[in-house]
Design a binder for this molecule. Structure first.
Ligand code: FES
Length: 567
């Protein structure tokens, strides 16, 4: 028996120069945990646990993981949980995005180095699911993605609140002077009141839906609320399925391919999902050698209607989507547009899955029919032009269409610190027709591409009632935010892209119809500015920050590290 053909605890032995001794020693130490010989002979299902005291969204994982263990034991496997990096979105500085690749490396290496025949990946908060899928795709051990599930909205003074579109709505009202300090303090305690991920179609919910659309999570599991008993049943079923995958392996590389990635993009567009998902899906796809072409994104976007009416672009919450039929309801509507031959982790193709679900109940207030969509075209578009030669992203479904075809004067902020210092200055020279431009907030900026693209409307304009204006940056935007916001401009300013060369008063032309974003400055002037350009931050001297800065790629490559993508 070769090392790779071994199962359970006999996999990947620690090397002492005597394999039989290594196995004997491993069993001895495993027995110190009280396992019987019968259990130690079973196939091993690893459970990658991304809980942490710094991650509110995963606070129910102890109970959820118990359910996974039940499923593994019932199906004849041995469940062994192990901790990985956890990324609690609002607890990390400068941003969780900087550490997504660290977590992906952690997951990949721990799945590969420890003796497991299959793994259940338990994650939810924004970067955790991308990191787990990236790591699992590279390790290529049979894997089931189990999602945390969304939070429930809270009833508050006659309306429903849920993180985090309502967080932003109330904060905008506070900035505009419509909610006072006491009011905002009260709201603070009513936005995120249960375990689970943000309650709207933000990044976490979008990635959950994409995990199911890709075929890596069990059918029907993406939208189940974190606190619903069905979430525990999904945990148990995921554990069972992982054991079945040991006998008949289906590896991530057999599930994630060009066609399943395109299915995921269709779903992303139909649900009005987060712009961040483009970056994450690109990174996941890159781990199996699949490239997402932003021109193709535009073609797919033009032929994929928006079907789901969830915040931040619509009115409902994720728990409503679950009650309305979940991601399955969306997939059934999109059926004519999907590659139905794609394999899923269940062992059935997507088409076989959907055939079982024909005629299932759907709440049409939440999931519209393909023939009567909320919008005829998908929510996201890629823009190209002299300001973004390698692309930029606009979430048109979350933007004001009146701002789509226009030319404006640039009002430039050279960094996030500059923005914070000046945006509310009453003397700031800015009008509603101007384009706010933020430089140096991309992957290599030192801020690690934070969700800062939702630039605050300057207070003097907000107080005058302005709700939206064109904002451009190389940053990302929270999936729970909205506005006419051009993001992920590439190459970024910190890499010397054209964004770095914009000056106050320059003219910029935006045309969503033409998919264009152009800096209207003569080439010879730009060449002069480029010659005088210097990187905004010195290179880090050591540690993960150095590894990150030396190897992180631009947004169109998913911000993965160059050495982690499949050639
Ligand atoms: Fe974890 Fe929003 S903070 S999903």
């Amino acid at each position: 028996m070769t090392q790779s053909s071994k199962h359970g605890l006999a996999r990947g032995l620690t090397n002492y120069g005597d394999p039989a001794f290594s196995l004997y020693l491993r069993r001895s130490f495993a027995k110190s945990m009280g396992y019987s010989g019968e259990l130690l002979a079973r196939p091993v299902v690893g459970i990658a646990d991304s809980r942490s005291g710094f991650n509110n969204c995963h606070r129910h994982f102890p109970e959820l993981i118990e359910a996974v263990k039940r499923g593994v034991l019932a199906a004849g496997g041995l469940p062994i949980e192990f901790p990985t990096t956890s990324l609690g979105e609002v607890f990390l500085s400068p941003t969780s995005m900087m550490f997504r690749n660290l977590m992906a490396m952690d997951v990949e290496e721990m799945v590969r180095a420890q003796p497991m025949d299959a793994v259940v990946l338990v994650g939810g908060c924004d970067k955790t699911v991308p990191a787990q899928l990236m790591g699992a795709a590279s390790a290529d051990v049979p894997a089931v993605q189990l999602l945390a599930g969304p939070m429930m909205p809270t009833s508050y003074k006659g309306e429903r609140l849920g993180a985090c579109t309502d967080c932003r709505r109330f904060w905008a009202m506070h900035r505009a002077g419509k909610v006072d300090a006491a009011g905002i303090a009260e709201v603070e305690g009513n936005l995120a009141t249960t375990a689970g991920t943000c309650a709207v179609m933000g990044t976490a919910s979008t990635m959950a839906a994409l995990a199911e659309a890709l075929g890596m999570a069990l059918p029907g599991s993406a939208a189940i609320p974190a606190v619903h008993a069905d979430r525990l049943r999904a945990g148990e079923a995921s554990g069972r399925r992982a054991v079945e995958l040991v006998a008949k392996p289906i590896r991530p590389s057999q599930i994630i391919n060009q066609k399943s990635v395109e299915n995921a993009i269709r779903v992303l567009l139909a649900i009005g999902g987060s712009t961040n998902a483009i970056v994450h899906l690109t990174a996941i796809a890159g781990r199996v050698g699949v490239k997402i072409d932003l021109h193709r994104l535009n073609e797919v976007s033009d032929s994929t209607p928006v079907l789901v009416d969830l915040k931040p672009t619509g009115q409902f919450y994720m728990s409503d989507l679950y009650a309305a039929g979940g991601v399955g309801a969306v997939l059934r509507e999109l059926k004519p547009l999907l590659h139905l031959e794609c394999m899923t982790v269940t062992g059935e193709t997507l088409g076989e899955r959907l055939a079982h679900e024909e005629g299932a109940w759907v709440d049409r207030a939440v999931v519209r029919p393909l023939a009567d969509p909320l919008a005829k075209e998908g929510g996201l578009v890629a823009l190209f032009g002299t300001l973004a030669p390698n692309g930029a992203i606009l979430k048109r479904s979350a933007a004001d269409a009146n701002l789509f075809e226009r030319e404006g004067r640039a009002v430039v902020f050279t960094s996030l610190d500059d923005l914070a210092a000046r945006v509310d200055d009453p003397a700031l020279d800015i009008t509603p027709e101007d384009f706010m431009v933020l430089q140096n907030a991309g992957p290599k900026s030192g801020y690690a591409m934070p969700e800062a693209g939702y630039l605050p409307i300057p207070q003097k304009l907000a107080r005058a009632g302005l709700k939206d204006m064109v904002r451009i940056s190389d940053a990302r935007m929270s999936g729970t935010a909205y506005g006419t916001i051009v993001l992920h401009v590439s190459p970024e300013a910190a890499a010397g892209g054209p964004l770095a060369l914009v000056r106050n008063g320059d003219r910029i032309r935006l045309s969503v119809k033409e998919r264009k974003i152009d800096l209207l400055v003569p080439e010879n002037e730009l060449a002069k500015r480029k010659a005088a350009w210097k990187p905004p931050v010195p290179p880090p001297a050591r540690g993960y920050a150095k590894l990150y800065m030396d190897h992180v790629l631009q947004a169109e490559h998913g911000c993965d590290f160059d050495f982690l993508r499949k050639a």
